[in-house]
Design a protein around this ligand. Structure first.
Ligand SMILES: Nc1ncnc2c1ncn2[C@@H]1O[C@H](COP(=O)(O)OP(=O)(O)OP(=O)(O)O)[C@@H](O)[C@H]1O
Ligand SMILES: [Mg+2]
Length: 276
């Protein structure tokens, strides 16, 4: 679905009463990673998801991506119940960029071939060399240019030869090039140095805004969480503990956010920008 044909009256994402438990270390210990999560994300909205380690951020993203099945509850993407669809049947509608650059691109393939794979979607028979032809090269060129890293002129370079920052730029460019209604970012800049992290974050925001892609962005960088979002959600022990809209988020500072978290939970929220 292209950004122009998307129905703006239907939420990009609806998570309804989702629960996910894991077996803990102890014999009978159970960890509730997602504790009755309810969340509605409007089309085109950028939602920052913050919270301490183990608060359930990745679990929530994995359930939405389809790599983890909730124990109970439902997930709707653009109004369609996708709860039981495996992740590969959600591609095209839901795109994911993970923390580790290695997990997002195939190192042994060229940039153009990686784009060809991302573009292939559901096609049954597929020839990689042929698929990475002029049409895909044009898509890759246009998608990579905004990052100003010169990657658009290196389409035949093996992805394995790229730096972490370059690979994440390729990952975001690939993830957004098929115009998904929903993009999931799980700490996608945290493995990068501060300068590269800033470039990738700024370009990510520019792209998702221009294409009106609703985005759920997990980050431990509180400055990014405040600056590059329309809405900020704080998770704690598998629950949504705080949900700030644009208006409530206006004027929020990093120290202000950290102190609100502390008052709410009695714990300290780690901020990667402070730790760095
Ligand atoms: N596959 C799994 N098996 C067992 N327990 C799991 C599994 N995945 C997550 N958990 C547990 O669920 C809880 C939530 O984990 P999750 O990875 O969602 O946290 P997170 O908020 O993403 O943390 P971080 O900031 O460290 O990435 C944690 O207690 C974790 O140990
Ligand atoms: Mg995580």
């Amino acid at each position: 679905m292209s950004s122009t044909s998307r129905d703006v009256s239907v939420p990009a994402l609806e998570v309804k009463d989702c629960q996910k438990r894991f077996k803990g270390y102890g014999r009978n210990e159970v960890v509730t990673a997602a504790d009755n999560i309810n969340l509605i994300v409007a089309p085109g909205t950028i939602v920052a998801l913050v919270g301490s380690n183990g608060s359930g951020k990745s679990t929530l993203l994995s359930m939405v991506a389809g790599s983890l099945l909730p124990d109970s509850g439902q997930i709707f993407v653009a109004g369609e119940d996708v709860t039981d669809l495996p992740s590969w049947q959600r591609t095209g509608r839901v795109a994911v960029v993970r923390q580790n650059p290695e997990h997002n691109v195939f190192s042994a393939l060229t940039i153009a071939e990686n784009f060809a794979l991302a573009d292939a979607g559901k096609s049954r028979s597929f020839n990689l060399k042929r698929a990475a032809g002029p049409r895909v090269r044009d898509i890759a060129h246009a998608a990579l240019k905004p990052f100003s890293m010169g990657l658009e002129d290196r389409l035949d370079a093996l992805a394995g030869t790229l730096s972490g920052g370059q690979r994440q730029a390729v990952s975001v460019a690939m993830a957004t090039s098929r115009d998904p209604g929903l993009l999931l970012l799980d700490e996608h800049t945290s493995a990068l140095d501060p300068t590269r992290a800033r470039v990738v974050m700024e370009q990510t925001e520019a792209i998702v805004r221009s294409r009106r892609i609703a985005t759920l962005m997990v980050t431990h960088d509180m400055n990014h969480a405040i600056k590059h979002s329309d809405r900020l959600i704080l998770m704690h022990r598998g629950k949504i503990a705080m949900d700030l809209d644009q208006e409530e988020k206006a004027g929020l500072t990093v120290p202000g956010l950290l102190s609100r978290f502390e008052k709410l939970t009695g714990e300290t929220l780690p901020d990667s920008a402070v730790l760095a």
